[in-house]
Design a protein around this ligand. Sequence first.
Ligand code: TXA
Ligand code: MG
Length: 325
Amino acid sequence: MTAEAATRVVNADSTAISEAATCLARGGLVAFPTETVYGLGADATDGPAVARLYAAKGRPAFNPLIAHVADLEAARALAMFDKNADRLAAAFWPGPLTLVLPKALGCPVADLATAGLDSVAVRIPAHPVALAILKAFGRPVVAPSANRSGHVSPTHASHVVADLAGLIDLVVDGGSTAVGLESTIVACLGAPTLLRPGGLAREAIEDLLGTNLGVAPETSDDPLAPGMLPSHYAPRATLRLGAQDVQPGEALLAFGPTLPPGAARATAMLSLSRSGDLVEAAANLFSHLRAMDILGATSIAVMPIPSAGLGEAINDRLQRAAAPR
Ligand code: TXA
Ligand code: MG
């Protein structure tokens, strides 16, 4: 939507639930209550919708997002559960626990929403409104806290409106959220590890598993800047950023309608956006980097990307992918 368009605020009744599902299906942005904080939802399988979500939050960083689902069957379509994950899900879902798990084969979550990682964060929220929207929509919904970047997480619909009015399509008002803290995040990618303390106490998790949780090096609101993760996706190929031409042997990652000199000899070519649209470019970024590997590119000339709007985060991720390793 455009910045001038109105944001509708509706009471969480059955009409609002179906309006939310319809809006998500059209690629819209819908804020809704969970038991922890209000989330800003987008269709997790719709890359451009996810890109617009980052843009609405402001200062977009492409931190990986939590995919919310209505039930365990839907969660298993996204991720692979080991024994610990099975036990945690059985004990604490629906509830304020997010599990970071290896992506399942054919996981439909857009690459942008997982920041190109091979893992995905999954949660079944324990809020009747959230669950009703997820059931009505029938696909996973990515939802960061529904605040502008750098602001505190919203626990009331009025907080969402204060931060995001005019930037999102719909706010489903379900009153105050009960927990008021974001979910606890545990990675089950090996020994279970606490990535973010939150609404579910660490002791409850450790008691259930009968073991202490490992702790990630940093614990803050965004504990693992995805670019810092050792597993963060970087292509095998080397990247040459801001390229004004294509050198022999290079593949081309293009942007915009005009191709640079030498484009015809590129060993492979993909465009982030032929029209120069940063939302489209963001949605394509991680999947195109992956595709370059599949195409066998060994060095990639990347055309300059403007730094406005989502361009800042796109350039940040490209710089990380280009860093020596
Ligand atoms: O309670 C909550 O969790 C709320 C409600 C709306 O569900 N959501 C929320 O989302 O707090 P957000 O985007 O503010 O925080 C998600 C956190 C980020 O710190 C992100 O780095 C981490 O989850 N995360 C997501 N996917 C990850 C992954 N694959 N590996 C490591 N961390 C991940
Ligand atoms: Mg947040």
